[in-house]
Design a binder for this molecule. Sequence first.
Ligand code: 5GP
Ligand code: ZN
Length: 141
Amino acid sequence: MIKDDCIFCKIANGVIPAQALYEDDQFKVILDRGPASKGHALVLPKKHFDNVFSMDEDYTGKVFTIAAKVARAINEEFGCDGMNILQNNNEAAGQTVFHFHMHIIPRYRDDKVNLVWEPGEITDGQIDEYAEAIRNRLKKQ
Ligand code: 5GP
Ligand code: ZN
């Protein structure tokens, strides 16, 4: 349930105090200590999951509802020009704290947040092949 050496387990469960923006029996929402922008917040489950792949459906189903609710409040309070809601899984995807968390990143015109990527290329054949492979995986889940 709680992992001993996990900083987000400690914060989510009150072992390390933090200003909660929102809290219920399963989640705590806090401000990021190294914010990408003003109002950058993190949605933390109180139960430890390394990432989305191991997260219980009960939690995955609720996390976006909470993120959207908090995002609306941040947006209204700070008059943001936009908002990114995202989360990283594993080191290759930029994850640095290995306890699932959803980022709420307010965007402001001319801010220095950099989340862009170069559009790649895919053939019609690859789309058919990849889609079929993923559909088959989904049937096995
Ligand atoms: P990741 O790169 O894993 O998706 O994001 C980790 C985030 O956690 C970073 O944005 C980082 O600033 C934030 N962070 C790391 N340690 C702490 C902490 O002790 N308290 C808070 N509030 N945020 C933290
Ligand atoms: Zn944890």
